[in-house]
Design a protein around this ligand. Structure first.
Ligand SMILES: C[S@@+](CC[C@H](N)C(=O)[O-])C[C@H]1O[C@@H](n2cnc3c(N)ncnc32)[C@H](O)[C@@H]1O
Length: 308
């Protein structure tokens, strides 16, 4: 292990800028603390029978994994030039690439085939490729399929809404245990040999955040809007078009109140559009959409004014 540590410290003392983002070259988002933890996990993996590491996305993480002299490292990234830069740095740092498999394609293409044709063999996984919906979820699905019981799953960029949903899901999932949280990098250990997460009933995070069907229909999707608003200035009275929808097919009334005065019926219907061609500067016209025909429940409103 001494040699591995020497290689890793050499990498940290001269970190190459492998990524070009925001108009400049940079080292990527994994600082020394995060790289060290990934390196430690990689060193541990060498002791296991399968000794396999997988990562979506590549960069300094790849070099940190290589420093551990893994038996097998799978890197998946659709960027050929990045691979060339990693290869060049590996040579400079005397990092052997024996056992390194590089897939130059999107993880959405590479992972399903790997998952279908391989038994769970992964000891350490890093999800750090495409971070959007749905790439990160595809990575989770197939990497989970390949991850062994007792294997580690590192999730980078948990501050992003998409990745955070995975982080929150796994935090409540009995088959995963959060073992480290290093800023934006979370590391989980998998405690089952199940290849897939259970369906939604077996996912506490999903169950807790779901609506009943009744609640879904109680939610209001009602809208009312005026176009244009404010109404442009002019000599004559101005016009706007009021557009509304109760959102659930229920009957609706649109009433209007001028400068806080009594409401007058403007139009009746669950949805529609109608011009109001009497908008004067200096007044505020509030159009209110009610459910039912007796103003039973205010659903939405819009205030219309006119520029002077
Ligand atoms: C945040 S960087 C990875 C950083 C890397 N772990 C490091 O230590 O430098 C994200 C990488 O994911 C790659 N990427 C983007 N979409 C991807 C996808 N669908 N599959 C795999 N990699 C992807 C990008 O090319 C980029 O190199």
């Amino acid at each position: 292990m001494l040699e591995q540590h020497r290689l890793f410290e050499a990498l940290l003392s001269n970190k190459p800028k492998l990524h070009y983002w925001g108009g400049e070259w940079n080292c990527g988002g994994l600082d020394n603390i995060k790289l060290r933890r990934l390196f430690e996990l990689a060193c541990q993996s060498v002791e296991s029978a399968t000794g396999t590491i997988i990562e979506t996305g590549a960069g300094l993480s790849t070099l940190a994994f290589l420093a551990a002299k893994p038996r097998r490292l799978i890197s998946i990234v659709p960027d050929r030039d990045l691979k060339k830069r990693i290869d060049a740095e590996a040579v400079k740092l005397s990092l052997s690439q024996d056992g390194h498999e590089f897939y130059i394609e999107r993880s959405e293409y590479a992972l399903p085939e790997l998952a279908r044709t391989s038994e769970p063999c992964i000891d350490v996984a890093l999800i750090d490729g495409g971070h959007g919906m749905t790439t990160a979820f595809v990575d989770l699905c197939y990497i989970n399929c390949l991850l062994k019981k007792g294997g580690y799953l590192a999730l980078d960029d948990i501050h992003l809404h998409s990745v955070r949903q995975i982080y929150l899901l796994l935090q409540e999932q009995p088959s995963f245990e959060l073992v480290n949280e290093l800023g934006k990098l979370a590391i989980f250990r998998k405690n089952t040999s199940d290849r897939f997460l259970p369906d939604h009933m077996g996912q506490p995070f999903v169950a807790r955040n779901s609506l009943s069907i009744d609640d879904l229909f109680k939610q209001s999707n009602a809208t009312i809007a005026a176009i244009p608003n404010p109404v442009p200035a002019g000599l004559e009275l101005g016009a706007t078009i009021i557009i509304w929808n109760t959102g659930n097919g229920s009957k609706g009334d649109v009433h209007v109140s001028v400068d806080g005065g009594d409401e007058k019926l403007f139009f009746r219907g669950s949805k529609g559009s109608k011009p109001a061609a009497w908008i004067a500067a200096g007044s505020t016209y509030e159009f209110r959409l009610y459910e039912g025909l007796n103003r039973a429940k205010l659903l939405a409103s819009v205030q219309v004014t006119r520029n002077k």
